[in-house]
Design a protein around this ligand. Structure first.
Ligand code: FES
Ligand SMILES: [Fe+2]
Length: 349
């Protein structure tokens, strides 16, 4: 018999695996651009189903490379195009009666050789930026209110993207970046905030100097760069740090996507560009390995946050202390991403 026997659960132990239902009631879904896939996941000819705000969205790329994002249900008799739908040339083919739809969503062909009905698939606004696919989602159906900006200049290699699932609301995840107080106790980082946060429309900009907590501000960490963060809506934070140790500029986009109530997908997309000494020496190898190392470190840190978010409750009136970050200014800024201000960051138990 194995000496590693599973321990019986102590019936008095109320700790258990978290579930999305633990965190009721919740913040509403925010409006904005949300990453749903990497570009590489939607190769030509591929049909992909992703979840966004409690609904499926279907992505497909034509054989000539054109991407489309549509609602899943066929206007003919309602088949789900993400389950058995295929790409034929430029068209998406429904798995049921094999009617075909062009990239604009128009039904262009039946399988019977008869004229197609006047029917369209509902298409969604999307952008493909820095190897990620973003879908616009607004509770009142408004058109995109800003553009997704590129973070990677021409010298950057393709980013490395690491996905994971979280039991959290996007606002929890992004609030984490202004929650100065938790960086030391939870992540073991000592952080100096450089200047005041800047609130510019859908952008919130902050800059930090980082070093491990307790480290002397001497040589070893004095070369750590300034991290410039731009929170972009409630869907992403862009991280930029130039002249990192070993000669790199770093760019990362940390995307959070509401997939269902209290459930989000997190994608950490990282690219490094060698500079100076790094360019001459191990540039090529390091530029491919370093993003994975960074992504792994980010994943380890996120794991600590995730364990908190999974069980926590949104406190509308947090009892803050000196040393906390600008939590309430962040929340006031975040209100713009909720359609109806009456139900914005509000409901608590
Ligand atoms: S349900 Fe799609 S073609 Fe009939
Ligand atoms: Fe954190």
């Amino acid at each position: 018999m194995s000496r590693w026997r599973r321990r019986e659960r102590d019936p008095r132990d109320t700790a258990r695996a978290p579930s999305p239902d633990d965190r009721q009631p919740v913040l509403p879904y925010p409006n904005g651009w949300f990453a749903v896939a990497t570009s590489g996941e939607v190769r030509p000819g591929r049909v992909l189903t992703r979840r966004l705000k409690g609904e499926d969205v279907v992505l497909y790329r034509t054989t000539s490379g054109r991407l489309s994002v549509v609602r899943p249900f066929c206007p003919h008799l309602g088949a789900h195009l993400g389950h058995g739908g295929t790409v034929r040339g430029d068209n998406l083919v429904c798995p049921f009666h094999q009617f075909q739809f062009d990239p604009e969503g128009t039904c262009v062909r039946t399988a019977y050789g008869t004229p197609p009905p006047k029917a369209r698939l509902a298409t969604l606004d999307f952008r493909e930026v820095d190897d990620l696919v973003f879908v616009w989602s607004h509770a009142e159906g408004r058109a995109p209110q800003w553009e997704v900006e590129t973070l990677l200049g021409p010298d950057y290699p393709a980013p490395h993207c690491t996905p994971r699932s979280l039991l959290a609301h996007p606002q929890d995840v992004l609030e984490n970046f202004v929650d100065i107080g938790h960086f030391g106790p939870l992540h073991g980082l000592s952080l100096s905030v450089l200047g005041d946060p800047v609130y510019e429309g859908h952008h919130l900009k902050v800059a930090y100097g980082l070093r491990p907590a307790g480290a002397k501000s001497g040589k070893r960490y004095s070369t750590l760069p300034t991290m410039r963060l731009t929170i972009e809506g409630l869907g992403a934070v862009l991280v930029a740090a130039d002249d990192m140790k070993f000669g790199f500029d770093l760019r990362a986009r940390i995307c959070v996507t509401p997939v269902d109530i209290n459930q989000s997908d997190l994608r950490v997309s990282v690219a490094l560009r060698p500079t100076g000494a790094g360019r001459r020496r191990v540039a090529r190898v390091a530029a491919t390995l370093a993003p994975k190392v960074f992504a792994r470190a980010a994943a380890a840190d996120t794991k600590r946050d995730a364990a908190i978010w999974a069980y926590s409750r949104y406190q509308e009136q947090p009892r803050l202390a000196q040393g906390d970050g600008p939590i309430m200014p962040f929340r006031r800024w975040a209100r713009q991403f909720y359609g109806d201000p009456a139900q914005a960051p509000a409901r608590t138990g």
